[in-house]
Write a protein that binds this ligand. Structure first.
Ligand SMILES: [Zn+2]
Length: 545
């Protein structure tokens, strides 16, 4: 009986997914036919009834009645330009061109400020924290983009406008317009933009890096959607129930105050705001695409996602996910509303903490800089495996079911590999790719104008293999390029650094990005990903030059 019901649910989901992904082979519809049949539900009416539409009205192209697509790239660009045209003496709304996607679609953000212009210098002079909101890095997760258009309207002329007395806001509603157009998670060349924030191989991730490098936002939000049926239904015979999933930066070497302020100063407020609107929330979690693996993991601890990399830039950095992947336009208004509620809460929390956020940034920058030459740097960390029950929904009657499972918690990091923190790193004169990428990340790299004798340690390769980068979902989409996995031993070695080679001091606020990029024996390192060609092209510098 139970197995039969499982099979029926799987079949229904498979048929529904097929209906969504396969173009119908029907003859052309005559232009006079106005009625489009609603797609079948991906789950029972009882499950759908758990997610009623909120009593709000939002005005984005994608949410218009009878509109059967999400806001298109052209519609979004028009809306952003229209908003920018409403600048007034009270409020600057500046359109920020950030280059173009791989297929040539403009990447556009809006800056909202009380300053006379939207330049990085003006915002730095404002004495207020800056909040950066990013949507739709994954093209098949549209609610974040719709919601950020609503948020932009609410700041421009609505309930959030007065927050500009205390904060500046930058909104990049659609970070992956090519993926949005093609309804794909990845960018046009197959790279997952949200695993590209350390390597910066895509123009889309480079655009975000430039934005963060120039404006140094104190708070960053990354808006996504998550899979609610698909592999979860197959593994657990259950539908995912939470309107919102939240997680702040959880990677090694972060100043501990960042996590404390993220939690007490932002997450608690978001949970309350969501609950006040009848919306449910959990920590962010996901599961691998391997159906035999029933483990559920919080968002990863690797220094590759926007959430973690912006944390390593000493920002309070949040991932907000709504239920959305694989359900088309179903519950769209509720998904958008969930993002609007959570993100509005972040903005209010940032406004309330104004000066404290500026102080947090100064302290985190100083704290990281002060660690150069001291203590241990974590090279590789992992989540902690625990057991818990997670609430899901019965796919038939829509009731809550408590599913016992293995839960990998990213809140408590386990140190897998650490080594003494150097004073800095040396890079060879021809390590241009590494130097360029570090600078794009905002790391200060000095070119030596004269030769210098350095106390150094070199990595000696003891083993090597190749394989795909992994995250908690499984293999990372990266257009098929395998990374080099090396094991190394450290060997002290005096180094005569020639003029024209480079030095990356760890006495700087973004030092932890240099550690993540330059220690070679991790899957995200520049060496593993061929941004550094040889272990001879870099060294650990163990005393101040
Ligand atoms: Zn996503």
């Amino acid at each position: 009986m139970k197995a039969g019901r499982n099979q029926a649910a799987l079949l229904a989901a498979a048929l529904w997914l097929a209906a969504c992904t396969t173009p119908p082979a029907a003859p052309p519809v005559p232009p006079a036919a106005p009625v489009v049949a609603a797609p079948p539900l991906p789950y029972s009416e009882a499950v759908a009834a758990r997610f009623p539409d909120p009593a709000v009205s939002y005005d984005t192209p994608g949410l218009q009645p009878m509109h059967d697509a999400f806001t298109s790239n052209a519609e979004l660009s028009q809306a952003l330009h229209r908003l920018a045209a409403t600048s007034s003496p009270r409020m600057t709304i500046a359109l920020l061109p950030l280059g173009a996607s791989q297929r040539g679609v403009p990447l556009e953000a809006l800056v909202f400020t009380r300053e006379a212009d939207g330049s990085p210098a003006a915002l730095a002079r404002s004495g207020k924290p800056t909040v950066l909101l990013v949507g739709q890095q994954h093209g098949d997760e549209p609610a974040g983009s719709e919601a950020l258009l609503v948020i932009a309207q609410h700041i421009g002329d609505g309930p959030l406008a007065s927050l500009l007395d205390r904060i500046n806001v930058i909104v990049l509603p659609r970070a992956n317009p090519d993926g949005a157009d093609a309804k794909t998670r990845v960018s046009a060349n197959g790279i997952d933009i949200n695993r590209d924030h350390l390597l910066l191989r895509t123009p889309e991730a480079q655009a975000q890096a430039k934005l963060v490098r120039e404006y140094r936002p104190q708070v960053v939000v990354d808006a996504h959607e998550y899979t609610v049926v698909g592999r979860f239904l197959q593994k657990f015979n259950a539908v995912q129930r939470f309107d919102a999933m939240l997680q702040y930066a959880t990677t090694a070497n972060l100043p501990p105050d960042l996590a404390r302020v993220s939690d007490e100063g932002f997450r608690v407020g978001m949970l309350k705001s969501l609950a006040d609107e009848g919306l449910t929330a959990e920590w962010y979690y996901t599961t691998s695409t391997d159906l035999a693996d029933r483990k559920v993991s919080m968002g990863g601890v690797q220094p590759d996602t926007a959430r973690n990399v912006q944390g390593m830039k000493n920002a309070v950095s949040f991932l907000i996910e709504t239920r959305g992947v694989g359900i088309g336009r179903l519950h769209l208004k509720r998904r958008v509303h969930t993002h609007v509620v959570a993100i509005s809460s972040v903005l209010r929390s940032a406004a309330r903490q104004g000066d404290a956020l500026l102080a947090l940034r100064r302290a985190a920058d100083a704290d990281v800089s002060a660690q150069a030459c001291r203590g241990e740097a974590v090279i590789e960390a992992a989540a902690t495996s625990t057991q818990r029950e997670l609430l899901m929904l019965d796919p038939h009657d829509g009731h809550d079911v408590a599913v016992p499972l293995v839960w990998d918690s990213a809140l408590t990091l386990r140190v897998v590999k650490s080594r003494p923190r150097p004073c800095g790193y040396w890079l060879a004169a021809d390590a241009e790719d590494a130097v360029r990428t570090l600078r794009e990340l905002g790391v200060n790299v000095q070119r030596l104008s004269a030769g210098a004798n350095l106390t150094a340690e070199r990595w000696r390769e003891t083993a090597r293999s190749e394989g795909a980068r992994q995250d908690v979902r499984g293999t990372i989409a990266d257009a098929g390029s395998a990374v080099i996995r090396v094991q190394v031993a450290l060997a002290p070695q005096p180094l005569a650094a020639p003029a024209g080679s480079y030095y990356v001091s760890l006495e700087q606020p973004l030092a932890n990005l240099a550690v993540a990029a330059l220690e070679p024996d991790t899957q995200n390192s520049f060496f593993a990903n061929r941004l550094l060609r040889s272990l001879d092209d870099a060294a650990r510098v163990m005393s101040k030059p």
